[in-house]
Design a protein around this ligand. Structure first.
Ligand code: PRP
Ligand code: ZN
Length: 283
């Protein structure tokens, strides 16, 4: 039995989806084919358009998929979100021509908005009590205002360079999104077991990405303060140095609070601080 996993063939998430699987130790060849079999783990990778992934997972053509949460919300298919994956962060926003004198969401009343996200956009407009027409198109949304197809757009913004290049300006954020792992809610038996193994690996990769290994030297009298700053996985490791009155402290520190912690450690008297990446981390 093998688990069929759908990922984006070409686009913003393809490369990072593949690297995640590779960091999970799954060996996949990517010879431009539609389907690839991993050689050392019971999964087959299907390369698909991200917009089609929710449907395929709901139908069981694929068992699981990696794609943007934005697409999952738009397609409203029967799929289960198993895991947020921490990459491909973006937002779905409304944008107008740079020179437009925009004065708030009600500006869109009576206007036309081009989007590949009609469902989410429609919910947003209704919630805001705005009466605007939605021009549903399947790609290159950002050119719509320039060619007179619409007054504004509702599209994914990641770095913002697409908007910039097309003379558009982001005016409202509708939602924030990132890559997620979805599954068919009917998975049972062996497939469910493979999915659990995959999730266990994904979590280890994510924990490793979110944490750093830290080593430092400290005078013994500073150890209490330093240990309070470095809770670690259980508690820090403390080893005596050959030089009397000094110890080496080893622990794990969160990526997002990392610089504040380092400042605190230095104030407390830590020296020779080393920070190393973690390859995998099992909690
Ligand atoms: C989105 C969007 C823009 C681009 C914005 O496409 O449609 O083309 O990303 O990114 P930027 O702000 O960094 O310029 P996306 O990759 O989500 O998917 P799609 O091609 O499948 O619509
Ligand atoms: Zn797409």
């Amino acid at each position: 039995m093998r688990l069929k996993i759908a990922i984006q063939k070409k686009g913003r998430l393809s490369e990072q989806s593949l690297s995640l699987l590779r960091e999970c130790g799954i060996r996949i060849s990517n010879g431009g084919k539609l389907k690839a079999e991993a050689s050392n783990f019971p999964v087959d990778v299907l390369y698909l358009r991200d917009d089609d992934i929710p449907q395929y997972v709901a139908d069981g053509v694929a068992d699981v998929g990696i794609l943007g949460e934005n697409v999952v919300l738009e397609k409203e298919k029967q799929v289960r979100v198993e895991e947020k994956l921490g990459f491909g962060k973006c937002r779905l926003s409304l944008a107008v021509r740079r020179e437009e004198s925009y004065n708030g969401p009600s500006w869109f009343n009576g206007k036309k908005i081009a989007s590949t996200y009609p469902v989410i956009l429609n919910n947003y407009l209704r919630g805001q009590g705005i009466n605007a027409a939605i021009e549903e198109i399947s790609g290159s949304v950002e050119i719509a205002p320039g060619i007179g197809l619409a007054d504004g757009v509702c599209d994914i913004v990641s770095t913002g360079s697409t908007l910039l290049m097309n003379g558009l300006r982001e005016v409202e954020t509708i939602l924030h999104s990132e890559a997620v792992l979805i599954s068919n809610p009917g998975l049972r038996g062996e497939k469910q077991t493979i999915l659990s193994r995959l999730r266990f690996r994904i979590q280890a990769v994510q924990n490793a990405r979110q944490n750093k290994y830290i080593l430092l030297n400290a005078p013994d009298e500073a150890l209490d303060t330093i240990c309070a700053l470095l809770p670690g996985m259980k508690s820090p490791t403390i080893l005596p140095l050959a030089e009397k009155g000094w110890s080496s402290v080893h622990s794990v520190v969160k990526e997002d609070t990392f610089w504040e912690v380092i400042d605190g450690l230095r104030r407390a008297g830590a020296q020779g601080i080393l920070v190393c990446p973690i390859e995998k981390m099992f909690l």
